[in-house]
Design a protein around this ligand. Sequence first.
Ligand SMILES: Cc1cc2nc3c(=O)[nH]c(=O)nc-3n(C[C@H](O)[C@H](O)[C@H](O)COP(=O)(O)OP(=O)(O)OC[C@H]3O[C@@H](n4cnc5c(N)ncnc54)[C@H](O)[C@@H]3O)c2cc1C
Length: 368
Amino acid sequence: MQTEFAVVGGGLVGMAIAHGLLRLGRQVTVFDEGDAAFRASRGNFGLVWVQGKGADMPDYARWTRRSAALWPVFAQTLRDRTGIGVELSQTGGIDIFLSEDEAERGVARLSKLRKALGGDYPFEYLGHNALKQLVPEIGSTVTGATLCPEDGHVNPLYLLRALYAAVLDSGGQVINGEPVRKIEYTGAGFVVTNGETWPAQKVVLCAGLGNAHLAPMVGLSAPVKPVRGQVMICERVVPFLNYPSVQIRQVGEGAVQIGDSKEDVGLDDGTTSEVLAGIARRAVRTYPLLRDVRMVRSWGSLRVMSPDGYPVYDRSRSCPGASLVTCHSGVTLAAIHSMVLAGWIAGDAHPELVEGFSAERFEFQPAV
Ligand SMILES: Cc1cc2nc3c(=O)[nH]c(=O)nc-3n(C[C@H](O)[C@H](O)[C@H](O)COP(=O)(O)OP(=O)(O)OC[C@H]3O[C@@H](n4cnc5c(N)ncnc54)[C@H](O)[C@@H]3O)c2cc1C
């Protein structure tokens, strides 16, 4: 059973790439570790977020904006193929500030980005009164917010489900329950071992934190580390919030999702009442109505973080046919991964697309 593309990792990154490759008429088998694995794709915040992304890398800001612009077509493609709607909403997002200091820093960051992008970067600062007109439920101590019209959110679990359904419906194969332990380059292709052995013409590493271990097997590097985020979800309330922020959003069914932390705690994906209390306090200050809303669930999940927080896209020189995709914003970038990056992996698109995203920026010297 030879497959053309072995995609290792069945999270949002791997499934978006697999979906894109299948749409290009390629043959794909996805290998996924399964329930024992760390899976950011099942524990994230669901934002399709532009605001502030790429503060030190304008190409990443462009890449993110392009993905956000592709999202409506991407969501429609998934719906047409699978019947699953992903609850995409792109009415704009707000970054909320609780002090003048926070506001100053937020505006300065976006202004710097706007300058780096030659003035083409849409956002506006709303003071307390202007923000209250947009979102009447804000608390009296909210200073203001920046509004970016390109921000939005989706239901990330429906997204993952839709990608699985689309991949299977397009003839892709998914083999899960076992981690890939070994990948060998034979000179003419690859042999992927997950207990059984599977020949493949090409390999795409999309295994999230698992990439760190797998990449050196095919002459690549994935210096990714876990960064924990704790998130909580509250009971459903009447719709009051059309504008998501990085801390609070109201999902399609009315529940309020509140997050998140950024913690360096290794592979611990648990929760702590101290961090959750801090998150809740800020949420109540932002939207006082949340004081009377019950939390129904909380969880911790591990981000897949490169040293500078930007994606790593690479093709192996020593093992031609092997490539690597990893990123911190796999929801936001799902559209461009599927609709553009899959073409680059298939060899159809231009390499300048991903220039600057190689691990070589971390002084990794690939084997030639
Ligand atoms: C708290 C939190 C909030 C976030 N919020 C957002 C957000 O709002 N917007 C956004 O864009 N992004 C967000 N993210 C990031 C986003 O969730 C990730 O970028 C994305 O899920 C990464 O997908 P992935 O497929 O690379 O990794 P994962 O979801 O971790 O998937 C990796 C997959 O690889 C498999 N695997 C691992 N090792 C092996 C192996 N050896 N063999 C086979 N399979 C293997 C695992 O089974 C797993 O399914 C958030 C993340 C966290 C933790």
